[in-house]
Write a protein that binds this ligand. Structure first.
Ligand code: FNR
Length: 405
């Protein structure tokens, strides 16, 4: 048995997901892979991206392609970064630090979660200037203030407040796996651990992962409800967001926006940007995929603030789809998490490499030499693409001017 999978043979993020699944016990794999309830929203995130077709354009000199993107005064090597993920060391030991370092190496942003298994100070250090901080607003104002003060002291230039958590999502896989606080070694868990000895040994060596920023507060937690009360609150309102805006001197983003009116209100309150996100389909099962609501949000904002998007990015072409429909930048959670699960730091590296290689190739096929070149014209008009799918003969009769817009 190979100790490390051959990562060069992983051609796609899905390949990395499959490798991660082979290495990680089911309860821990499901923790990251799963979504809310029947996981319809999770699936729709992926399908909605795939349904958007892009029309290639040729005979453009694409000998030099520049994938860099500038956001908040900083130029990154690619137009995406790592979304905040809590408790990721339960997926693979030291996943947080591996990802922070890999993001720095590839010069893309790394967003440290409030609920990370590594402290925000250590993550700021590992990301070396490429770190942003994600804030969960606690039910206890002192807890929130302490996180903000620490993020300020660690010199994070960007804070991203997550709005889509009036409650934790109902994740059916976690319920079926009987994930509980404190962690219990049920016979089923023991069986799963025995089936994944490498993970079990590595995890044993690194100790039990916790939610490091709140380690002291959570020591006495005896249930999920206790943990949730410390981390999040159902009472976070627009007034609180206004106060946060006054409090935080750096760039402020609001994550979890799905409605144009909410996006506008963030802009009116002086936020620097929003993240169009459904938390990767982990909060509600009935919601829309982010790429479907992006155009109406971009239209409402009319360029007033920056738009980032996440939830479902698995291919380089998804980054192009997001840009073409109005996003300035994208984040991805699971794509890089699957990388780290497949092969630790080397796997995270491979995941970034796959996405950037795919992006580069797709840009070449679309005749785009820079990210700024990617606009709405890349999108194949919907009517045309459904006509092609339902009746290929009709495609031949289309006047050539309507093949690409
Ligand atoms: C998340 N996400 C998340 N978001 C956040 O603001 N704070 C957090 O602590 C977490 N934790 C978290 C854990 C796990 C296991 C997952 C999969 C996701 C949501 C995350 O930032 C992002 O919105 C999604 O991951 C985007 O969807 P994709 O890229 O995973 O499809």
């Amino acid at each position: 048995m190979r100790l490390l999978p051959n990562l060069d043979r992983a051609a796609s993020i899905e390949d990395l997901r499959v490798l991660a699944k082979r290495r990680i016990p089911r309860f821990a794999f499901d923790l990251v892979d799963g979504g809310a309830e029947s996981e319809r929203n999770l699936r729709r995130n992926l399908e909605a991206f795939a349904e958007i077709e892009l029309t290639p354009r040729y005979m453009v000199d694409v000998g030099a392609i520049d994938t860099r993107a500038t956001l908040f005064g900083q130029t990154f090597d690619a137009p995406f970064g790592m979304a905040p993920i809590g408790m990721l060391n339960a997926f693979w030991p030291d996943a947080d630090l591996s990802l922070a370092r890999i993001c720095k190496r590839h010069n893309i942003p790394y967003v440290a979660s409030s609920a990370a298994s590594t402290t925000l100070e250590r993550l700021a250090e590992a990301a070396e200037g490429n770190g942003w901080f994600q804030l969960y607003v606690s039910g206890d104002p002192d807890v929130t203030e302490s996180l903000i003060a620490r993020a300020e002291a660690a010199q994070y230039p960007v804070m991203m407040v997550t709005a889509d958590v009036p409650a934790a999502g109902k994740r059916d896989r976690d319920i079926r796996n009987q994930l509980a606080v404190p962690f219990r070694f049920t016979p089923e868990v023991v069986m799963q651990l025995m089936a994944r000895p490498l993970w079990s040994l590595a995890s044993l060596r690194h100790g039990k992962p916790n939610i490091a920023n709140y380690a002291d507060l959570l020591q006495s937690a005896t249930s999920y409800a206790d943990v949730q009360k410390t981390l999040i609150t159902p009472r976070f309102t627009w007034q609180d967001l206004g106060r946060l805006r006054d409090r935080w001197r750096g760039k402020l983003l609001v994550k979890g926006i799905l409605h144009p009116d909410d996006a506008l209100r963030c802009a009116e309150l002086g936020c620097d940007g929003i993240v169009v996100s459904n938390h990767g389909g982990r909060q509600v099962d009935f919601g829309p995929p982010t790429i479907a609501v992006l155009p109406s949000i971009a239209e409402a904002l009319g360029g007033r603030v920056k738009i980032l998007l996440d939830s479902g990015v698995r291919r380089g072409a998804d980054l192009i789809r997001a840009k073409a429909l109005g996003a300035h930048f994208a984040l991805t959670g699971r794509a890089l998490a699957f990388g780290v699960g497949a092969g630790g730091t080397a796997g995270a590296d491979r995941a970034v490499e796959i996405l950037t290689l795919e992006l580069h190739r797709a840009m070449g096929q679309l005749g785009a030499t820079s990210i700024a070149d990617i606009g709405n014209a890349a999108i194949t008009p919907r009517k045309q693409s459904t006509a092609i799918a339902s009746d290929p003969a009709k495609y031949r009769d289309l006047p050539s001017s309507s093949i690409s817009s």
